[in-house]
Write a protein that binds this ligand. Sequence first.
Ligand code: 5GP
Length: 239
Amino acid sequence: MEKLELRYEGKAKRVYATDQSEYFWVAYKDDATALNGKKKGQIADKGEVNNQLSALFFEEIEKAGILTHFVKVLSDRDMLVRCLDMIPLEVVVRNIVAGSLAQRLGVEEGFVLSQPVVELYYKDDELGDPLVNESHVAAMGWASDANTKEIQVLGLEINKILRAILVKAGIDLIDFKLEFGVLDGKVYLGDEISPDTCRYWDMETREKLDKDRFRRDLGGVEEAYQEVFRRVKKVLAKA
Ligand code: 5GP
């Protein structure tokens, strides 16, 4: 597999064309941004953790029969993925109130929701990824009604899969963000599943083990990323 020209550079990843047109080469970076790009920094070895942790989660999700863009790990920081026609939405699933939901509803972080909440955000950095609902999606033509339903159902199924793994690692899955795309008429999970895109709290100490350590200047950012990776690897090695 040959890495060809850079096709797209995001905040956390570079995406390259390959000699096979149906695949992209994704290179994970250590760059970190928060507060809608206003806060910038680096998290040492984040690229390695996010690549390899995402790969572990994608494999488990595939085992459950859900299609993902993941093909294989190419190196510590690189993975091969299928090219998808991306749906311009972020699907956020929440089990416990934190972050923007705590602010929006005036509820304390840590409030346990009686059932998971699924939210849709329109993916647009300049607008700060606004919260939208199904009627916005339909009226703007961002996704078909069937695909809008499907990505929300998949979000809830993926929530169950991730929670089952993380509970064995002593980690509460507070919330997370997914992105989906379409290939040959079918919906695939894309992007990544990592401490950049999820909130993880230690079940005993309630310590944050995710990007909130960077966003909120809590220190111990690298250690938290490594700790989640170490624990998940151990759980899946035993499975
Ligand atoms: P919140 O809406 O509370 O800021 O985020 C909810 C969850 O989705 C968190 O786990 C957060 O990491 C993730 N999330 C939401 N939007 C983004 C985004 O634009 N980029 C990343 N990396 N994660 C996001």
